[in-house]
Design a protein around this ligand. Structure first.
Ligand SMILES: Cc1ncc(COP(=O)(O)O)c(C=O)c1O
Length: 376
C-alpha cells in the first residue's frame, strides 16, 4: 500500500478497540439520539475549545444555520462571508432566508481581509449586514482582533466558522472561543471526525446556547410543544460516543499535523514551483489542509495525480462564480485575491497517519515536475 493512506479508515483503526466498545455500549443502552453521550461530548468539547457551552447538531452547515436562527437573522438581512471557502458557509446563510455578501480575503492567511471588510461595511453594499462569518480556512485563524474592531465600529455580530480549524489558536485564544458563537463540522475528514455527519456550536453566551438547543429540535420547549420555528438537527449517540473517544487523543493528532507541516516546510524549501503556506507569528495553525500556491497548478496537479499522489483543490471555483450562487455576486465587491487563489491553490496530502516517508514521496513528485519543466 502507498504510504499515502486514506485518513478516516486509519483514524478508525487507530481507535478501533475503544470505538467498538463505545458503540456496543450505546447499542445495548437503547437510547440513540440526544442522550448521555451527546451531553458528555458537549461538556468535553466545550472544555477543549474553552467556551462555556457546546451544542451538538447534525452537521456543520446546520451549526451555522442554527446560530443565525438563534440570533434572529433571516429574511431581509445580509451576512458577510468569504467566497474562498466551502459552499456550506454561504448556503447556511441562504437557508435562513438571508443573503450572503462576499468579501475578499488576504493572500497570506486566505481569510477575510479586514481592510476589505471595512470598505464593504462602510459602503452601500454593507447595508443590512447583521453578521460576519469568519472562516478559519484550512486551519489558519482569521485576524480576529482586526475583524472585531471593524465589526464593533459597524455594530455587526462576528461569528466563526471552525469547520476546518479544530485546535487552531490566535493570540492565545482557541478557534471556537473568539466570537459570539462558532460552528464546527465533524465530517469524517475533519481534524475531529465522526463516522458520518456531525457538528457543534460553541458559545459562552448561555442564553444563546439554550435557544440553539431548542431550535435544533423543532423549537420544542416542552415535549411536543414548539414555542419557536425549529428544525431537526440532532447529534446521535453513536457519533457522540465515537467523537468522545477521538477527542481524547485529538491533541496528539494535532501535534502530528504540525510536525508534518514542519517537514513539508523544510523539504519544500527552495522548490520554486510552489509557494509554501505562511503562518502568522501569533497563530497556531490547525493544519486541516496543507495548501500551496502554484502558477502552474493544473500541470503540477496532473503530474502528481499521474504518480498516484492524492492531491486536491480547495476550492477550484469560488462560491460567487458557481452557477448556483452567481446571483449573489452582483451585490458583492470585486474579489481579485479570491479569484487568483482559486486558480493557484493545491492541497498536498495532510493527515496524522502520514509519515515523513510519505511526505518525501509527495515532495519528490513536486521536484520531478520542476526538473521536468526545467529540462524542456
Ligand atoms: C469551511 C466549512 N464550513 C462549513 C462546512 C460544512 O460542514 P458540514 O459538511 O458538516 O455540513 C464545511 C465542510 O466541509 C467547511 O469546510
Amino acid at each position: 500500500m502507498s504510504r499515502l493512506t486514506a485518513f478516516p479508515i486509519e483514524d478508525y483503526r487507530a481507535h478501533q478497540v475503544e470505538i467498538d466498545r463505545a458503540v456496543g455500549e450505546v447499542l445495548r443502552g437503547g437510547w440513540y439520539v440526544l442522550g448521555g453521550e451527546v451531553a458528555a461530548f458537549e461538556e468535553e468539547f466545550a472544555a477543549f475549545v474553552g467556551a462555556k457551552q457546546a451544542v451538538g447538531v447534525a452537521n456543520g452547515t446546520d451549526a451555522i444555520e442554527l446560530v443565525l436562527r438563534a440570533l434572529e437573522i433571516g429574511v431581509g438581512d445580509r451576512v458577510v462571508v468569504p467566497s474562498h471557502t466551502a459552499v456550506a458557509s454561504a448556503s447556511a446563510v441562504i437557508r435562513v432566508g438571508a443573503e450572503p455578501v462576499f468579501v475578499d480575503v488576504d493572500g497570506v492567511t486566505k481569510t477575510i481581509c479586514p481592510e476589505r471588510l471595512e470598505e464593504l461595511l462602510g459602503s452601500e453594499m454593507g447595508r443590512g449586514v447583521k453578521a460576519v462569518l469568519a472562516v478559519h480556512i484550512y486551519g489558519h485563524p482569521c485576524e480576529m482582533e482586526a475583524l472585531e474592531a471593524v465589526c464593533g465600529r459597524h455594530g455587526v455580530t462576528l461569528l466563526e466558522d471552525c469547520a476546518q480549524s479544530h485546535g487552531a489558536v490566535y493570540r492565545g485564544r482557541n478557534a471556537g472561543s473568539m466570537a459570539r458563537a462558532a460552528a464546527f463540522s465533524f465530517y469524517p475528514t475533519k481534524n475531529l471526525g465522526a463516522v458520518g455527519d456531525g457538528g457543534a456550536i460553541t458559545t459562552s453566551d448561555e442564553a444563546l446556547a439554550e435557544r440553539i438547543k431548542v431550535l435544533r429540535q423543532y423549537g420544542w420547549v416542552g415535549r411536543y410543544v414548539s414555542d419557536f420555528e425549529g428544525i431537526n438537527s440532532r447529534l446521535d449517540e453513536l457519533q457522540a460516543a465515537i467523537l468522545r473517544v477521538k477527542l481524547r487523543t485529538l491533541p496528539e493528532r494535532l501535534a502530528k499535523r504540525r510536525m508534518l507541516a514542519g517537514v513539508y516546510e523544510e523539504m519544500l524549501a527552495g522548490v520554486d514551483v510552489v509557494e509554501r503556506p505562511e503562518v502568522r507569528a501569533d497563530c497556531v495553525h490547525g493544519w486541516h489542509l496543507y495548501v500551496v500556491r502554484s502558477a502552474e497548478r493544473e500541470a503540477l496537479m496532473a503530474h502528481l495525480s499521474g504518480l498516484g499522489i492524492p492531491v486536491a483543490v480547495h476550492y477550484p471555483v469560488p462560491i460567487h462564480l458557481q452557477p448556483g450562487y452567481v446571483k449573489y455576486a452582483e451585490r458583492s465587491p470585486a474579489l481579485p485575491v479570491t479569484e487568483a487563489l482559486s486558480r493557484e491553490v493545491l492541497s498536498l496530502p495532510m493527515h496524522p497517519y502520514l509519515d515523513e516517508a510519505g511526505l518525501a514521496e509527495v515532495v519528490a513528485g513536486v521536484r520531478s515536475f520542476e526538473e521536468g519543466r526545467a529540462a524542456k
